[in-house]
Design a protein. Sequence first.
Length: 162
Amino acid sequence: MGYQLAHLNYQPLSQGENVDKWHHDTLQVGYIMFVTDIKAVDGGELQYFPGTRDKMAELHTAGNKIPPERAVAPPIPGVSYAVLMQGNYVVHQACALKSQGERITFVNGYSFNDPTIHDFTAVKQLRMAVPLVIVNAGYARQMVYAAPNICKPVSTPRTTAT
């Protein structure tokens, strides 16, 4: 959806507070590009859970947290490096800064234009975080754009003999 294409994530004002909680994205593919050098701050790592969304939900429902040894933090060489992921499948989080510093990422999200691939846009999840008028308008535009690829003719047009 258009308004979901790009945004910046800043660290919270409170030190020790995660940038975001464990989650999976609302779009099919996303990337996280580091605008600031993650190696210049203490903390702020991007972590992912090498398990399924269902396994994560199981842990959450049981009141369990992800064991620290199960969280993986990919090495980020520096500014302008990015991580590309199948966002709606990869459970991930941005950890808290442990000391004063700056952590900024640029996040972009995409949906496939191939009509044979299911649209995973998590509209219900978006409606909890974004004003309804914005989500509904954005999703309607996305569906109008996708309609010619999704809809097939009901019948073959008749031709008249000349």
